[in-house]
Design a protein around this ligand. Structure first.
Ligand code: DGT
Ligand code: CA
Ligand code: CA
Ligand code: ZN
Length: 575
């Protein structure tokens, strides 16, 4: 038994316990134990147990240790099997309906016997939920929309969760003694904002079918499709899905490229190969006489198709083939290009960390500045700052900057509400105090397209506005973008020199990358904003950079890839 498989079992137990409404404390013990196991540098837990080191591992308590021992001895966990048997399968789906958390699921289950999305829908339609204490007609309406969303999005998860799952599955696959190399493919590698299933490609030293079979029969597997093939589709008991593509070592490069997709990108590249007398035959490229052409790496594959290398994020069949046919794609923004973060909250409004803590955490990430953008006064529900508070905050920032000895700077920003009439919260005199202003919509979403577009166009005319924050207002898997004419908005933003945000909060990832090529063609500048509400969520930056790369944004087009002085100059140019 290797630690990765055992960690996977513990993580699944944690998911079941959460659903059963067990205490946070107990659930955390399982999550904690899973994390400590993945840090162990061994592939043989049995040996570790014999020396006594396993029992001494920090993060493993008596309960979790006994589960690991069960796995070592039998390859299975009786506890997980029991949890699975006791839990109606529909309950796991309910966790994925927006608006439902475990506490509500328990109420519904106890009062109305709701144990699946279908039975919830029935109880909503005949009015039983609306009459339930703690729910009411408004919540019932919201849940009906949530079900609609659940059905249209299938069982997709957000990128950041999908990426964590993928990493765990990848280390499990790599731990197999007959796997010489493995990589994540599919939408996770392409940095899609949501993930359906995880695709992993494994190069095998021995028969790929046999390797695939050993994964299909591992503990914690609920169902397997394509069993017996080298590409089984495995569903684990917690609902995680793994498409495992086991291939011979010599086929690895092309198999990884194919499984990375997207399907439309693969078809387009295959068509260009075809025009050049080559054919894509499964995981091999063949010449006109049927001979296999060795492909050393992905750039070599694109070269055969007469294309510059296309970074994985861009492979969406969204104009990247034309771009790669015309010129190299070698200037895309990277995390290392980022010089600072411009959309960050602090304890002054709804953040969890102080300005000083946010500044230190930014330094630790190698950045040169941080722009603090707490909420403005209209956002009273989020602790928006009154005029006096703004001035007090600026005094604190001046003090922090005066004490800095390394040139690191805290910039005075604000996330000001764009009010219903399109004006920016605060008067001009106060707005002049800020180094830069992010303007966002947080209220009155239910306008028609004309009114919403006019509202934002008017805000773009305000010379204080520096960045248009989360421009479409979408919340992934739970709320659509508001109706708005984005072509008109992007045109005006580019013309007026207002940067367009790529909001890097994994629930937003807004501007939608699909609109980025359009914005680039208009000459827009972009800001990648972590929308951080704590020091740890500064790491959202990586998600935002991934989305920016999907849109094909180059480093010269990113405001916060420039210095603090350049950011301030960019803001001043409009005033
Ligand atoms: P998702 O899972 O909905 O988030 O989106 P994707 O893009 O990951 O879609 P998925 O998982 O259906 O397919 C990923 C790619 O894998 C797609 O381009 C088709 C490709 N593919 C399907 N079957 C095979 C196979 O047997 N071998 C290889 N190498 N690739 C395959
Ligand atoms: Ca996939
Ligand atoms: Ca798949
Ligand atoms: Zn906001």
């Amino acid at each position: 038994m290797d630690p990765r498989s055992a960690a996977h079992v513990l993580a699944q137990i944690a998911a079941y316990l959460e659903l059963r409404g067990e205490s946070r404390f107990k659930i955390r013990a399982y999550e904690e134990a899973a994390r400590s196991l993945t840090k162990l540098e061994t592939d043989d837990l049995a040996a570790l147990d014999r020396t006594g080191e396993l029992a001494a591992t920090r993060g493993l308590g008596p309960a979790t240790l006994s589960i690991v021992r069960d796995l070592i001895a039998t390859g299975e966990s009786r506890y997980l099997e029991q949890l699975r048997a006791d839990t109606p399968p529909g309950l796991l789906d309910l966790l994925r309906v927006p608006g439902l958390a475990t506490a509500k699921i328990h109420l519904l289950r106890d009062a109305l016997d709701v144990d699946s999305v279908d039975s919830l829908e029935a109880a909503l339609q005949d009015g039983r939920v609306a009459k339930l204490k703690g729910f009411g007609p408004k919540t019932a309406q919201k849940l009906l929309r949530g079900i609609e969303f659940f059905r249209s999005s299938g069982s997709r998860v957000l990128h950041h969760r999908g990426a964590v799952q993928a990493r765990a599955l990848l280390s499990m696959v790599r731990a197999h003694p007959d796997v010489s190399a493995a990589e994540v493919a599919g939408s996770v590698r392409r940095h899609g904002e949501t993930v359906g299933d995880t695709d992993v490609v494994a190069a095998c030293r021995t028969d790929p079918r046999v390797v695939a079979g050993s994964f299909a029969r591992a503990p914690g597997v609920r169902a397997v499709a394509n069993e017996g093939s080298p590409s089984p589709r495995i569903t684990y008991v917690d609902g995680t899905r793994l498409d495992l593509h086991c291939v011979q070592e010599r086929d690895f490069v092309v198999a990884l490229w194919r499984a990375t997709g997207s399907a439309s990108h693969v078809v387009a590249v295959a068509a260009r190969l075809h025009e050049r007398g080559l054919t894509l035959d499964g995981d091999a490229v063949r010449d006109a006489r049927g001979g296999a052409i060795p492909v050393a790496d992905e750039p070599a594959l694109y070269a055969l198709a007469g294309l510059a290398f296309v970074p994985a994020e861009m492979r969406e069949g969204h104009g990247e083939i034309e771009r790669a046919a015309a010129s190299p794609i070698d200037d895309l923004i990277t995390l290392g290009d980022i010089q600072g973060a411009l959309h960050c909250h602090s304890t002054w409004s709804d953040g969890k960390s102080t300005i000083a803590q946010m500044a230190d955490a930014s330094r630790a990430r190698g950045w040169r500045y941080i722009g603090i953008t707490d909420h403005s006064q209209a956002a009273f529900y989020a602790g928006g700052l009154s005029r006096d508070k703004v001035l007090m905050q600026h005094a604190e920032i001046d003090g922090i900057n005066a004490a800095a000895t390394d040139g690191f700077r805290v910039l005075k920003g604000i996330e000001a509400d764009i009010l219903a009439d399109g004006s920016i919260d605060y008067d001009d005199a106060l707005l002049d105090h800020f180094d830069f202003v992010v303007g966002s919509i947080h209220s009155r979403f239910a306008m028609d397209e004309r009114a919403m577009t006019d509202r934002v166009l008017r805000a773009l005319d305000d010379p204080h506005l520096t960045v248009l924050g989360h421009p479409t207002g979408r919340l992934l898997l739970s709320r659509d973008a508001y109706p708005i004419d984005m072509q008109a908005v992007l045109e005006k933003a580019a013309e007026r020199g207002v940067a367009v945000e790529i909001n890097a909060d994994p629930h937003r990832l807004d501007l939608d990358w699909r609109l980025v090529p359009q914005a680039r063609a208009l000459g827009a500048t972009f800001e990648i904003g972590p929308d951080a509400h704590s020091t740890t969520s500064l790491d959202n930056m990586g998600f935002g950079v991934g989305i920016a790369r999907k849109g094909g944004i180059e480093r010269g087009e990113v405001l916060n890839a420039r210095s603090a002085d350049e950011v301030i100059a960019f803001a001043r140019r409009r005033r």
